[in-house]
Design a protein around this ligand. Structure first.
Ligand code: F3S
Length: 755
């Protein structure tokens, strides 16, 4: 769909020279990740051997992808940059704003009606600025990107943390905030700390019930939600080559759940097959011509321990199907141990729903393998115990799966086929009875299972598994069911066993689609008018944030000391709030409402130091703002993990929070804070977290000499009149300090554009 083969050939044409230059400076065999990174340096040929995990480097990504929830803010920001057209090929995908309820047709019609203002805005802004627009119902961003735009050896950024899915087609694809996307679309370099490299060697071959999903569930169990932070995970080995392209996509997709910058695989035959099957033979031919650059040097994979910062080895032949959860995607339990673990931990064994879909697992192969289980259930006279919901990944997948009878198979099990969209994966699910907040279990093939993520119920225990295992467990209705060993009772009272799944990597009759849902932009968009009504409660044009006042920040009130996990979902909740993604003031009413207050263990209940009363976080902060008082947010480890949404940084900025001080940050969120001109600091001594008291007033000193690598001093004024000094570290480089001083990166872009 308008994939830009000339752009891809141009990228490939510079590979020879760029790789030769990289060899000169690095002076040792190159990994695939390094080849792609060095081939995309903003300044052309490499002149320096960048230090992994240390050097900040400017890159020139080939593409930008945005989904409808994040595109609103990204494009509102882009409009402020003053450019006539995007500088690199970019696309918008309408997938997040469609609630799953009754089934695809009704749900889609309702969403189009409810969010018409937003869809019209995105359509017209795309039309004006040369951006490809994928309409509601066209599919989930990462599946559509894999089918149409991803290419081996390319570099892409996207305003969604699962942009990394495109690693399945050999890209370095990275999730960013809208502010980063805005920079790249405006023709500016994109900065990234040169990542560390984790090698994952896959030996053996999957068989039986084990699926590509189980590889990443295992890796998540090993590395945990933080283990990939700041690193690219590069998969290789005979096992890697044996996986399908979309299976590789699944593995890369959930790299986001281990905090990895991205994940990737070397170009191989599975990718070539996928490119040809999705109408991109020209790209496959072009990739074949530079094949040697699209995988690591042979020496790297022969002696990986010498070239990666960390190495993991997994034998696919021994891999057991598993389920990760509840509440965190790294809690790994092989299916054979699930009953025991569930009993031990009090996880409800009765499964209420099985959901198949999301950008992680909604390919044709996924549907066909899960359908093979569904078909057996029908053939063997089994009645599904749990309810079943399916979200196909794209209209192309849906159309083809429908033609091939796969959807009918699910419907025979009374499954509801939802729209080709995110749906329950992003909390856009009108689940009957969820408001009763009953303790219950669901299984799904998604990537995230944080509390409340799918249905807003904090007592829903969500487990992540492969689509085929989700199908089997939903049929059994029993979380402890192990299809490898256990039998089920059918409608004749017989004991029957499910055979291992089978499926087609690619449709044997080829993909087909009637209307893929794509709208090409106007050749000349200068006359296109983008309307944003001043009265809208969904969209709001942005005002620039104020520049730093040039002094130390004194008298800041502690807004909240967040305890434990504080993801971007806790900071800026999704679900019903998605509809305000284009309206900064309205969405700010969800700021930190999911964070747990350290002092009373409650959510959305903090002390207002001006009144002494407890109240919601946003209202308390608005009171400080109204009184001209700045505030500070304190957090725990890996603060801001989860998604790339810059709202989690913009909301506190908009409401007058001046600094976020934590034990450690998730990378994307830390960068987003910097982009918005906010201070993102870490405790020099993590134990100082314990010194922060509920009634503290805090000064931040040293800002007039704010410099890279130089800690800042914080003075804690306690309510009893005592005070303590602590040190706070930061990772701002010289340019990022300029962003802080200007009040945000966008203020600098606009100033430069006006020159
Ligand atoms: Fe959508 Fe869920 Fe992926 S929200 S983009 S399907 S992680």
């Amino acid at each position: 769909m308008a994939f830009d083969v000339d752009m891809i050939k141009k990228v490939y044409s510079r590979y020879d020279e760029r790789i030769a230059a990289a060899r000169q400076v690095v002076n040792k065999p190159l990994t695939l990740s390094e080849k792609i990174l060095y081939a995309h340096l903003w300044d052309g040929n490499a002149t320096e051997d960048y230090k992994r995990g240390v050097s900040y480097v400017d890159f020139a990504p080939d593409r930008v992808a945005m989904q409808d929830a994040t595109a609103q803010m990204a494009l509102l920001q882009f409009m402020q940059a003053g450019r006539p057209k995007v500088a690199v090929p970019s696309t918008v995908h309408c997938d997040h704003l469609i609630q799953a309820k009754e089934g695809a047709d009704k749900d889609l019609a309702r969403a189009k009606n409810e969010s018409s203002e937003v869809f019209n805005f995105l359509s017209s802004v795309s039309n004006k600025y040369g951006i490809g627009f994928w309409k509601p119902g066209a599919g989930i961003i990462h599946q559509v990107v894999l089918e149409n735009y991803a290419f081996p050896g390319g570099m892409m950024i996207g305003t969604d943390s699962h942009t990394v899915n495109a690693g399945g087609l050999g890209m370095v694809a990275i999730g960013v905030g809208g502010a980063d996307a805005c920079d790249v679309m405006a023709g500016l370099p994109w900065e990234l700390k040169f990542p560390k490299l984790i090698g994952v060697k896959l030996t053996g071959k999957l068989s039986g019930w084990a699926a590509a999903k189980d590889v990443i569930l295992k890796v998540a169990g090993i590395l945990t939600v933080k283990g990939g932070t700041g690193a690219i995970v590069e998969y290789f080995g005979e096992g890697a080559e044996s996986l399908s392209c979309t299976g590789k996509g699944t593995i890369c997709n959930m790299g986001a759940e281990i905090g990895a910058t991205t994940s990737t695989f070397g170009y191989d035959e599975s990718m070539e097959r996928y490119l040809r099957a999705t109408g991109r033979a020209e790209v496959a031919d072009a990739a074949n011509a530079i094949k040697q650059h699209l995988t690591a040097d042979a020496e790297v994979y022969a002696n990986p321990e010498q070239y990666f910062d960390q190495l993991i080895e997994i034998n696919l032949s021994e891999l057991e199907p598993s389920l990760n959860g509840p509440f965190t995607p790294d809690l790994y339990t092989p299916v054979s141990r699930m009953r025991e673990e569930a009993d031990k931990n009090g996880w409800p064994l009765k499964v209420e729903w099985g959901l198949i879909g999301s950008c992680t697992n909604s390919s044709y192969e996924d549907l066909s393998r899960a359908a093979s289980i569904a078909k057996q259930a029908v053939d063997k006279g089994l009645i599904t115990k749990a309810e079943f919901g399916i979200n196909p990944g794209s209209e192309q997948v849906r159309f083809t799966a429908d033609r091939d009878g796969l959807l009918k198979t699910f419907e025979d099990l009374n499954a509801t086929i939802f729209t080709n969209a995110c749906g329950p994966c992003i909390g856009m699910w009108d689940r009957v009875g969820a408001d009763k907040q009953e303790k219950n279990t669901i299984v799904h093939s998604f990537n995230r299972n944080f509390a409340k993520r799918a249905d807003g119920n904090p007592n829903t225990y969500a487990f992540v598994a492969s689509p085929e295992l989700v199908a089997a467990i939903a049929i059994s209705g029993d979380l402890g069911f192990n299809p490898v060993t256990d039998t089920l009772t059918n409608n004749k009272g017989e004991q029957v066993k499910l055979d291992p799944p089978v499926g087609d990597e690619l449709p044997t009759k080829g993909f087909a689609v009637d209307d893929p849902g794509y709208q090409a932009p106007a050749a000349d968009g200068s006359a296109v008018v983008v309307d944003v009504a001043p009265t809208s409660d969904r969209l709001q044009l942005l005002e620039p944030f104020a520049a730093w006042e040039g002094t130390d920040l004194k008298g800041l009130k502690l807004l909240i000391k967040a305890k434990g996990k504080c993801t971007t979902d806790h900071i800026s909740m999704a679900g019903p709030w998605l509809k305000y993604r284009g309206h900064l003031d309205n969405i700010s009413n969800n700021m930190l409402i999911g964070a747990v207050n350290f002092f009373n263990e409650k959510t959305d209940n903090v002390k207002n130091q001006l009144t002494g009363e407890y109240g919601p976080v946003p209202a308390t902060q608005r009171d400080y703002k109204a009184n001209g008082i700045g505030s500070i947010v304190v957090g725990d480890e890996n603060y801001g993990e989860g998604s790339s949404r810059e709202h989690a940084a913009m909301e506190p900025r908009h409401l007058g929070v001046r600094a976020v001080l934590v034990k450690s940050f998730a990378r994307i969120h830390e960068t987003n804070l910097k982009k918005q001109g906010m201070l993102g600091l870490t405790f020099a001594d993590k134990d100082d977290y314990n010194k922060i008291q509920e009634n503290d007033t805090i000064d931040i000193l040293g800002l007039t000499e704010f410099a890279p690598g130089k800690p800042l001093t914080l003075v804690l004024h306690h309510a009893d009149g005592t005070q303590e000094e602590i040190l706070a570290n930061h990772t701002y480089n010289a340019q990022q300090i300029e962003w802080f001083k200007a009040g945000g990166a966008l203020n600098i872009i606009r100033k430069n554009q006006a020159k």
